[in-house]
Write a protein that binds this ligand. Structure first.
Ligand SMILES: [Zn+2]
Ligand SMILES: [Zn+2]
Length: 113
């Protein structure tokens, strides 16, 4: 069973839409992407939504792992999970939705058109 979740950050400034938190292409890093136009923005740890622990129902603590990646941890169950492991990869989500993500070509890997 997948543990993937759709988590939302703050409302986007560009379109005033929900911003889906996704794993960026670089791995453990996450961004919040506007659901309307796909524009990624940085997300701060305070902007992460609150989540209950799947095991005990306590509210998970927002924290960082040793490498500085955002994570949720439950003190009661002494478990922690990286946010990046919970959320979908942004390519998966935004390409499935048919959003033409106009990533600038600095990375050379976006040829959506
Ligand atoms: Zn937008
Ligand atoms: Zn727990």
């Amino acid at each position: 069973m997948s543990i993937k979740k759709n988590l939302y950050g703050t409302r986007s400034r560009c379109c005033s839409s929900k911003s889906l938190i996704v794993q960026s292409r670089t791995g453990g890093f996450i961004t919040q992407n506007c659901e309307s136009c796909g524009t990624p923005r940085r997300i701060t740890i305070q902007q992460l939504p609150s989540l209950p622990c799947r095991h005990c129902g306590c509210e998970l603590r927002k924290t960082r792992d040793r490498r500085g990646n955002y994570a949720y941890s439950c003190l009661t169950c002494s478990l922690s999970v990286r946010v990046a492991d919970l959320v979908p990869k942004w390519q998966e989500h935004f390409e499935e939705c048919g959003v033409g993500v106009g990533v600038d070509s600095a990375t050379g890997s976006s040829n959506a058109w």
